[in-house]
Design a protein around this ligand. Structure first.
Ligand code: ADP
Ligand code: MG
Length: 386
């Protein structure tokens, strides 16, 4: 179904078209019509299925652009996500006067307040900072309130904050609520019961949620020990850089480690071996996290990250995901490798395991009814640059 088949304004259609959005995804097809009518919606669909525009398009349609005050508030777990949401909304709102402000910690309160006072109609915020603003007297009475990645927010311990925010945002006027996430935990349901009126509940089958896209090819290497693993990694990276250089197309590789410390250590070791690797983790200041992501997006090739930071971030054109360690649980495997092969593009996922972890590879294959092919490492000596 094309966006032109929805009852959307000419300006929104133009904005969508200008950014290459033509056919609605499944969740968008199901969420947009009831939300346009003002219905409350609970929406569950896997990561990467287009939930942002599913609620974003109705928000833009329902906002009165002549009124220069906050009409919609979107609450989401991370700063990166808040920025990403406002960017996505700005695309659809390109040909309107609608302005979005992002509210998150680590930056000046005053600038954020000024933007609100200058007439932004949409707030995309993380719970902590939004609550700070509200406690300090910020008054907003939005007609639309969205929780995005509600499941993730609750997982991160934001349930109390989110509940408090919802209470503070309540007004006597009718309000529309939309709660979204990749899963539907009890907390989402209980908030829905408390706040929503006769909600439309949309779940895109969990079979779909738990299937690995055909566009991702999966491999694994068995390494004997840590030293061996690093050796395999650098040889692999050499090979990838060489073949892609010959073919003239860029590579963007996301490497996952288990801990924050490891992101730093591994990228440092890679840099010492002559690679250009950056790292990102939640210890870093907001500003450097943003810069790191921007740089990776524009001309980076290697980024070492933890699950927490990577989830929910939409980095374009990741060609390879490398699991330098297996994730804590099998579900995270899908989330990690889902950073590549997005929207039908090709992607490659490579996982490093120890011989004892072979059983986990088998478990992943069975659970997701997929094949992860074994690759062998042929010892080569890499010229030592240093
Ligand atoms: P989710 O929130 O479900 O994880 P996003 O809203 O972040 O997914 O969307 C994932 C990616 O898909 C984004 O890059 C977004 O721009 C793109 N996208 C969303 N809707 C469409 C569409 N209808 N057609 C093409 N690309 C889309
Ligand atoms: Mg999302």
């Amino acid at each position: 179904m094309k966006f032109t088949e929805f009852k959307l304004s000419a300006a929104t259609l133009k904005g969508l078209k200008a950014h290459g959005f033509e056919v609605a995804t499944e969740i968008q097809r199901k969420v947009i019509p009831p939300m346009l009518k003002g219905r409350d919606v609970v929406g569950q669909a896997k990561t990467g299925s287009g939930k942002t525009l599913a609620f974003g398009i109705p928000i833009i349609e329902r906002i009165n652009e002549q009124i220069r005050r906050v009409q919609a508030v979107i609450i989401c777990p991370t700063r990166e996500l808040a920025k990403q949401i406002s960017e996505e909304l700005s695309k659809a709102a390109t040909f309107t006067k609608i302005k979005t402000v992002t509210i998150y910690g680590g930056v000046s309160y005053q600038k954020q307040l000024e933007k609100i006072q200058h007439g932004a109609q949409i707030i995309a915020a993380t719970p902590g900072r939004l609550l700070d603003h509200l406690k300090q007297g910020l008054k907003v009475r939005p007609k639309i309130i969205i929780l995005d990645e509600a499941d993730k927010m609750f997982e991160m311990g934001f349930y109390e904050d989110v509940s408090l925010i919802l209470r503070k945002l309540r007004s006597n006027h009718p309000q529309q609520f939309g709660f979204f996430g990749a899963t539907l935990p009890n907390q989402t349901i209980s908030l829905a019961k408390r706040y929503m009126k006769d909600p439309v509940i949309i779940t895109i089958k969990s079979m779909v949620e738990e299937s690995i896209p055909e566009s991702i090819e999966q491999f694994y290497y068995i390494s004997a020990d840590t030293g061996d693993k690093f050796n395999i990694l650098i040889n692999l990276l050499d090979e990838l850089e060489n073949t892609h250089e010959k073919q003239g197309n860029g590579i963007k590789i996301l490497i996952f480690t288990k801990t924050r410390i490891e992101t730093k250590r591994l990228s440092h070791e890679l840099n010492q071996m002559g690679f250009r690797a950056a790292y990102i983790n939640s210890d870093m200041k907001q500003f450097s996290r943003e810069k790191t992501l921007e740089r990776f997006q524009s001309d980076g090739t290697l980024l070492v990250a933890t699950d927490v930071v990577a989830r929910g971030i939409d980095i374009d054109n990741v060609t390879h995901v490398i699991n330098y360690n297996l994730p804590q649980d099998i579900k995270s495997y899908i989330h990690r490798i889902g950073r590549t092969g997005r929207m039908g593009k090709k992607g490659i996922a490579i996982t490093f395991i120890t011989p004892e972890e072979l059983g986990i590879i088998n478990a992943i294959e069975q659970k997701f009814n997929t094949t992860i092919k074994r690759r062998y490492f042929h010892k080569r000596r890499r010229p030592n640059y240093l």
